[in-house]
Design a protein around this ligand. Structure first.
Ligand SMILES: Nc1ncnc2c1ncn2[C@@H]1O[C@H](COP(=O)(O)OP(=O)(O)OP(=O)(O)O)[C@@H](O)[C@H]1O
Ligand SMILES: [Mg+2]
Length: 345
């Protein structure tokens, strides 16, 4: 891309710049519950996480474990039932109205399912411009158009070709690029990407993952990358948080998590990921664990104590009576388990 554009400015003077190692995004005791006719869905229960500036945290876990609910709660879409979410010193959970609208510029999301997250009746330029128009900070119509075109170019789309078309004319991968342009045009400091590649063919997945890496470097983004697939996050994440039925059961830097998983559920996830199980089996000498049940309990009535205990081959009495707390077992490695695996060195 050439010339002075919104994206070049952001790259040169990133709003997200801050001291390395300091937490950019802090999620503190966040709970998300949905009231339904069947009762209360406990989607996210008392989750605390932090994401250092300029790093990527992956949230992984099987379908229904609360990844999207937690990601959306970070943006206050909707506001969590309790707990707080901070970007730098701004506590988003205390803001409302125009203050929240303005703060949302700092944190943007690429939603799960790229095609349905784009309004089919609007043109690509209108879709990407929408956030600038809502924020009211995009400048004149010409300024907005220039920023939108720059964002489209940055994600590898030709504005002349793509700008006046509608989402149905694009493939899944291109729709994901449009969704990314819509988020980046606001120059966010934190980007939450919800399953950004799971709906895409493997070859297109690699292109989108490379694009996300480029964007992260270029805009010095802090990222939350949501995926049900541990093998997808291996290369992109600095840190991985494993979720099970609304709780975080293990957090570690990526290499540690793959080399020395401590929670039986993390073991299970790694052993069932075809491209990773070999690596772990090499380390351990055998496939280490199988679940005692394949059924995910209902979030309407989660198990007492450790939520994984009904499927865990290591469960004992204490697992039913006491919820294990997320505890440090090594620098940068936390696990919530009464019977964790020892670190393998
Ligand atoms: N708006 C809602 N109302 C009621 N229940 C909901 C709502 N949104 C999500 N849930 C429920 O909350 C739980 C967590 O859902 P969520 O979408 O956050 O999980 P997920 O980990 O993102 O799953 P997936 O991998 O399938 O996207 C699920 O049981 C889901 O059915
Ligand atoms: Mg989801």
């Amino acid at each position: 891309m050439t010339g002075t554009t919104i994206t070049d400015d952001a790259a040169q003077n990133p709003a997200g710049a801050g001291p390395a190692g300091e937490a950019k995004l802090v999620v503190d005791s966040v709970t998300v519950e949905y009231s339904t006719r069947k009762g209360t869905v406990h989607a996210v229960s008392d989750v605390s996480l932090d994401v250092p500036h300029g790093t990527t945290l992956a949230l992984v876990g099987e379908s229904g474990c609360g990844k999207s609910s937690l990601g959306r709660a970070m943006l206050q879409l909707p506001r969590p039932t309790s707990g707080s979410v901070r970007v730098d010193d701004t506590d988003l959970t205390t803001l409302s109205g125009s203050a929240l609208k303005s703060a949302r510029k700092m944190i943007q999301m690429v939603f799960q399912d790229p095609i349905s997250s784009l309004n089919p009746r609007r043109t690509v330029r209108d879709i990407v411009a929408e956030g600038l128009e809502i924020q009211g900070t995009g400048g004149s119509r010409a300024d907005i158009r220039q920023k939108v075109d720059a964002a489209l170019e940055a994600v590898g789309l030709d504005p002349q070709h793509a700008g006046d078309r509608r989402p149905s004319e694009f493939s899944g991968g291109q729709c994901q690029r449009i969704a990314l342009a819509r988020a980046l045009v606001l120059e966010p400091e934190v980007l939450v990407c919800d399953e950004p590649v799971s709906a895409l063919d493997v070859s297109v997945q690699a292109q989108i993952l490379n694009l996300l890496e480029d964007m992260k470097e270029r805009y010095r983004l802090t990222m939350v990358f949501i995926s049900h697939d541990l093998s997808v996050v291996h290369n992109i994440a600095d840190k991985v948080a494993v979720m099970y039925l609304g709780t975080v059961c293990e957090v570690a830097d990526t290499e540690t998590l793959y080399r020395s998983p401590a929670h039986p559920y993390t073991m299970l996830l790694i052993s069932s990921a075809p491209t990773l199980s070999g690596t772990l089996a090499d380390t351990l000498g055998e496939a280490p664990i199988t679940a005692t049940s394949s059924e995910l309990p209902s979030p309407l009535d989660p198990p007492s104590g450790c939520r994984f205990r009904t499927r865990c081959p290591r469960a004992t009495e204490i697992c039913a009576s006491e919820r294990p707390l997320l505890t440090d077992i090594a620098p940068g490695h936390k696990v919530a388990c009464h019977h964790p695996f020892e670190e393998i060195r």
